[in-house]
Design a protein around this ligand. Structure first.
Ligand code: IMP
Length: 429
């Protein structure tokens, strides 16, 4: 049962969309299993650029089954708009399936996300404002509304009424906002349900049946290990589990079906939102990376914070998720940026150096990164297809990363196009 989990190994935005698209070609089933439309994947196909937030990147292969599994929180209006846009551009969405168990992002989730962020003031998380945290909170407190509820008018109306009894008290009494109208929301979401109905099914059953048939399944993670609710830089994290283990809970499959975990890692580091970022560059080279790498959020358009490659964080991601291979992204962006730095340790004020990522997030605000400096290169890499043809400085940079992170770079991206990828070994084998 060859299932591969593909995850972000940093703070998200590593370029997972391109690798998912690349690996989707070798898969029969592609599954999104956590997060929601806080994610954004950019896929470049010839002259066409697609920005997807919920739809699995495999949608561009009409013969593949694409699944939005139960671990996702789903904003139905966003998914329907995405499907409408794909259809208008001639991309079939007939092979999409949506889990009946996925939780639904409601208008009050978006509203509360915004209000709570404002209330946090200087301590804000910098969320994407899409209602992700409040939707997962309702799921965990067992008051959430699921996709299957959108298909039954009476049950939906009752659940919305129950939820609003609490949310309206919060909105009016704590935040001084006007209350929301249950009837209008019920009507809107019932309509969404009717439009989504042809896609809705028991996706855990479907995926397990396909695995039993020996089909190749690609689990496509969103965000990244360092944003994981349990293992990331809490509280500056998202509300789901982007680590590889999240694929099992989110999709409803056992861990024994996973034969490889691919960690997608950018050749430098970026982060959006607040929170610790040990290798952040505050001077000119950070701006240069942002410009050259087009480091602006797909979802919110926010400028991403840019920094050097952090091998301490990469090794942590490899350990926490059992990453067997890395996909190294945007190597071409480093052309002309040298000399380059790789962070190999965190120095504490008392002079000791940590080489393992600390579980105490507070320590991260006290550390000074310890860097190894490496030569850069000036050659453009976009046309390179073989590892041995990369400039020797680029090869040395990759080899050092592999050594420090503890996993080989099986795929190396040298440009945004599907074919601008150096393949150094199979992924499903
Ligand atoms: P939320 O997921 O909207 O609640 O945001 C929580 C944190 O995760 C914020 O720092 C966001 O910027 C970050 N985040 C959420 N989704 C992504 C993503 O797809 N890429 C990068 N950062 C993300």
């Amino acid at each position: 049962m060859p299932a591969v989990v593909l995850i972000g190994a940093q703070w998200g935005d590593e370029g997972k969309g391109k690798i998912t698209d690349f690996l989707a070609e070798q898969s029969q089933v592609i599954v999104r299993y956590q997060g929601g439309n806080n994610a954004g994947h950019t896929i470049v196909l010839g002259t066409e650029v697609y920005k997807l937030h919920l739809t699995p990147s495999g949608i561009f292969y009409p013969e593949k089954l694409c699944v939005i599994a139960g671990g996702v929180v789903l904003d139905p209006a966003v998914l329907l708009a995405e499907l409408g846009d794909l259809a208008r551009r001639g991309v079939s969405t007939a092979n999409l399936r949506v889990s009946a168990s996925a939780h639904v992002i409601m208008p009050y989730h978006r509203l509360l996300d915004e209000l709570e962020e404002k209330a946090r003031g200087a301590g804000k998380i910098g969320t994407t404002g899409r209602g992700i945290g409040p939707a997962y909170r309702d799921k965990i407190s067992r008051s959430g509304i699921r996709v299957q509820d959108l298909l039954e008018a009476d049950a939906l109306a009752e659940k919305i009424r129950d939820n609003l009894a609490e949310k309206n008290a919060l909105l009016t009494k704590v935040y001084g906002c006007p209350p929301l109208e249950p009837e209008a929301i019920s009507a809107e979401y019932l309509d969404h349900g009717a439009r989504l109905a042809p896609y809705v099914t028991d996706t855990a059953l479907l995926i397990n049946e396909r695995l039993a048939r020996g089909e190749r399944v690609l689990f496509e993670g969103a965000q990244g290990v360092m944003l994981d609710l349990d293992h990331g830089t809490y509280p500056f994290v998202t509300s789901s589990n982007p680590v590889a283990g999240g694929a099992c809970t989110g999709a409803g499959v056992g861990p024994m079906c996973v034969s490889a975990v691919i960690g997608v890692l950018k050749a430098y580091t970026t982060r959006v939102g607040e929170g610790p970022f040990p290798t952040e560059i505050f001077e000119e080279k950070g701006d240069l990376l942002r410009r050259r790498g087009g480091e602006y959020g797909t979802t919110t358009g926010r400028a991403r914070r840019c920094g050097w490659l952090d091998a301490v964080a990469a090794r942590y991601a490899v350990r926490i998720s059992g990453i067997s291979r890395l996909a190294l992204m945007k190597l071409d962006v480093l052309t002309g940026i040298g000399p380059l730095k790789i962070c190999v340790g965190y120095r504490l004020p008392d002079g000791t150096t940590l080489t393992n990522f600390p579980s105490n997030t507070r320590l991260l605000s006290q550390i000074t990164p310890v860097y190894e400096e490496m030569s850069g290169w000036d050659e453009e890499l976009g046309g390179v297809r073989e590892f041995e043809r990369l400039p020797s400085a680029a090869r040395a940079y990759i080899r050092r990363l592999e050594e420090l992170a503890g996993a080989p770079a099986a795929l190396i991206a040298v440009g945004p196009e599907r074919e601008q990828t150096i393949v150094r070994g199979g992924v499903f084998e």
